[in-house]
Design a protein around this ligand. Structure first.
Ligand SMILES: Cc1cc2nc3c(=O)[nH]c(=O)nc-3n(C[C@H](O)[C@H](O)[C@H](O)COP(=O)(O)OP(=O)(O)OC[C@H]3O[C@@H](n4cnc5c(N)ncnc54)[C@H](O)[C@@H]3O)c2cc1C
Length: 520
């Protein structure tokens, strides 16, 4: 089989990226069965077990009456700040927010974010990257050089572990920790998976060099250690087993339930064939890779964050993650954090089910909550198949689902079990979670509650949360420039337009620069 390693050259990475960016359906989903009829009309409800929970709009944080009432429980934070009159986060004092950032770095960030928010600039950049120019070595090198000194430096930690380590230390000096993410995308054969395993192991080993680790997590993508085509096969089998309990999966290990009543099952419309001997062998190899990563991270005492991807393969990712979490943990501390994407209609139900299963088995597990990054490809696949989209109908429902999942985990933490990473750039979600944590009496430096933002993004929120006393990490991709390109283009896409995520940052950085340049 031809090697499609992530180290392949730019055109492959770009075609992967453009597939995602242009919202086409991932290649491994193209074998999907013929269209199904819609599973039902879309609603603005999310489903938890048999009960319908209306998704509420975002509360106004200036208005205490809209703060969460902690699910019928009284506020258990006697003596804690009253968040209605004493806002937990101060996001307006630019001097305090950027006190650890040098003026040259602020100027550079301001220019880069400004460029990344200009739609024509992003469109032009993406056109160039997708053009035949990239096949001319000298032009390709020039373009990559420009990118390296602008976007790459802003959004990435460095080309290798040594460079990333400098960025980690700089963040640490500013009071932030790092989630180290070796920039790997899908690997399609065992050879590339083995190479990626080595990269993960080296990344974990690098965290041991610090006496007190400024690295909070090592990030793992299951698609980098198990070919996505196999994850799709496993997901199909798991889905069918959920629908038809008579299906026996001989290779299946102990796990938590990965589906909920509201989970989409449309990807699998006919009984899948059992894994072939070769597939079963590849599956064992992939699981062994994950166990090697877990053993190494146990030794290094560094937890793992498993990224979530698209719904066609997510059941297999969840299965790998939960099976490994059952096998590997540090006494009461979770070693593994799975990711829940709140833009999915079944997100909260799956979160609650997995947490309850973990509690029953006495297994500590952490969760990273995100909104989700594969929205257009998910919608496109559902539309191709003629089924209801798995994504919430409107952004408000996604916001509400994220906040409800966060609220659920904060209550679990207040009750003494659970760990969560709230991975978001959304100011309202950040403020709401900070206020809820305070109201529930969760200490701000409680290691069970962490916040995270991508490196180079949402600096105002990161520093605001850090200044309030919360634990904050930046998600730090590193790796060679051409390898990181798909990640960078996703960031450019996320920052485009006037209402881009970076608008508050641009405003606050400008305010701080003016303050510094005009004060004596
Ligand atoms: C530390 C970290 C780790 C991450 N890891 C992952 C990961 O493992 N897997 C993953 O998929 N993503 C991951 N992400 C990306 C994340 O899912 C989001 O794409 C990104 O953070 C923006 O969401 P936000 O919470 O910051 O919210 P906002 O800044 O408020 O962004 C909201 C965005 O959500 C989108 N959206 C969601 N639902 C809807 C809807 N129903 N209708 C319209 N628009 C909608 C829109 O594009 C909108 O721009 C991660 C992000 C961070 C910060």
């Amino acid at each position: 089989m031809a090697s499609h390693t992530v180290r392949q050259k730019l055109p492959h990475n770009l075609s992967y990226f453009f597939r995602r960016l242009n919202s086409t359906v991932p290649s491994y989903t193209t074998t999907a069965a013929p269209p199904l009829k819609s599973a039902g009309k879309s609603t603005s409800f999310t489903f938890l077990g048999n009960s319908q929970i209306p998704i509420s709009p975002l509360p106004n944080l200036e208005d205490s009456s809209t703060l969460p009432k902690t699910a019928g429980k009284p506020n258990i934070s006697s003596g804690k700040p009253n968040t209605a009159t004493d806002p937990v986060l101060n996001l307006h004092d630019s001097e305090k927010l950027f006190s650890s950032v040098s003026t040259p770095k602020l100027i550079k960030s301001s220019i880069t974010l400004q460029l990344a928010s200009a739609e024509p600039m992003v469109d032009f950049g993406m056109w160039v990257m997708n053009s035949k120019f990239m096949e001319i070595p000298i032009i390709r090198k020039m373009i990559l050089d420009v990118i390296e000194y602008t976007f790459y430096e802003h959004f990435c930690a460095g080309k290798n572990l040594k460079e990333a380590d400098k960025t980690v230390k700089r963040l640490w000096d500013g009071g932030l920790r790092a989630m180290l993410d070796y920039g790997l995308e899908h690997a399609n054969d065992n050879e590339s998976c083995e190479r990626n395993l080595d990269e993960f192991i080296q990344t974990i080993e690098s965290t041991q060099t610090h006496p007190v680790s400024p690295v909070s997590f090592v990030v793992v993508k299951i698609t980098a250690i198990c070919p996505p085509i196999l994850l799709k096969r496993i997901s199909d089998l798991l889905r069918w087993e959920y629908k038809d309990k008579s299906l026996h999966l001989p290779w299946k290990l102990k796990t938590f339930q990965v589906f909920a009543n509201s989970s989409p099952l449309y990807h699998t419309t006919k009984r899948p064939k059992p894994l072939t001997i070769e597939e079963e062998r590849d599956f064992q190899l992939a699981y062994q890779r994950l166990t090697k990563i877990c053993q190494k991270s146990l030794q290094a005492n560094i937890p793992l964050l498993i990224d979530a991807e698209d719904t066609a393969i997510q059941p297999a990712i969840d299965y790998f993650t939960y099976s490994a979490a059952i096998q590997y943990h540090k006494d009461d501390e979770p070693l593994i954090f799975n990711t829940i994407q709140a833009y999915l209609k079944d997100a909260k139900e799956r979160l609650v089910i997995a947490k309850r299963d973990a509690d029953k088995m006495n297994v500590p597990i952490g969760f990273k909550l995100v909104r989700g990054a594969y929205m257009s490809s998910e919608r496109k696949l559902a539309s191709c198949l003629g089924v209801e989209s798995p994504i919430h109908e409107g952004i408000q429902n996604t916001h509400a689902c994220f906040n409800e999942c966060a609220d659920f985990m904060l209550h679990e933490i207040a009750n003494g079990s659970g760990s969560v990473v709230l991975a978001t750039h959304n100011i309202q979600s950040g403020k709401l979670a900070a206020a809820t944590a305070s109201n529930l009496g969760i200490e701000r430096d409680n290691p069970k509650l962490q916040f995270a933002q991508l490196y180079g993004m949402a600096e105002t929120l990161s520093f605001g949360l850090k200044n309030a006393g919360f634990r904050v990490s930046k998600y730090l991709p590193f790796g060679p420039v051409d390898q990181i390109m798909p990640y960078l283009l996703r960031r450019a896409e996320e920052n485009r337009g006037l209402l881009a995520t970076s608008s508050l940052d641009r405003q606050m950085i400008r305010k701080e620069l003016i303050r510094r340049l005009t004060s004596k």
